[in-house]
Design a protein around this ligand. Structure first.
Ligand SMILES: [Zn+2]
Length: 173
């Protein structure tokens, strides 16, 4: 199957007594996608970013079909909390975004504790924290890499996924 699921690891744990803001509704999540596509598009205007992804990147970004669906809450994986951020089905030009993942809520509760997720890097790499809009744009650009076939499968390869994120950070941010 061509589905590539991108897993996101916790990079920093914030212990907080406050309750997380209410879960975003599916409609609000769709609006976040619209904003993130626009933000990712702005990144692609930058020549270095556009050269990195290659010709047709902006068209692929804007013509992709985006769906926000639940594919699960954070779970332990390789001894660390992880959650699926998004998945791309290249054959159908479809990007699936996890309604229960960090694209929608970069701060998630797991085991009663608030965790801040970002997909950029996790230990032993130094964490890189982005603003929520930048984080969402990076996540879509990562999926764009899969959509274009520039990025290979990385569902079971955290280091490869992070290598892609580092390259996007370098060229597009
Ligand atoms: Zn990936």
């Amino acid at each position: 199957m061509g589905k590539r699921t991108c897993i996101v690891f916790v990079s920093l744990i914030l212990v907080s007594g406050r309750l997380m803001e209410a879960q975003h509704s599916a409609d609000a999540a769709k609006q976040l996608v619209v904003e993130a596509v626009a933000e990712a598009g702005k990144r692609l205007v930058k020549k270095e970013c556009s050269d990195f992804f290659g010709a047709g990147a902006l068209a692929a970004l804007t013509s992709a079909k985006y769906r926000v669906v639940s594919f699960g809450q954070p779970r332990f994986r390789e001894g660390k909390l992880a959650v699926a951020g998004a998945a791309t089905i290249r054959e159908t030009g479809m990007v699936l975004i996890n309604l229960d993942g960090p694209f929608v809520n970069p701060k998630l509760i797991a085991g009663g504790v608030v965790h801040r997720f970002n997909s950029i890097l996790s230990p032993p790499e130094s964490p890189v924290m982005l603003t929520d809009p930048d984080f969402r744009a990076l996540l879509l650009l990562h999926e764009l890499g899969h959509l274009l076939g520039k990025f290979g499968p990385d569902t079971a390869a955290t280091s490869r996924s992070q290598h892609y994120n580092k390259a996007i950070l370098k060229h597009c941010f």
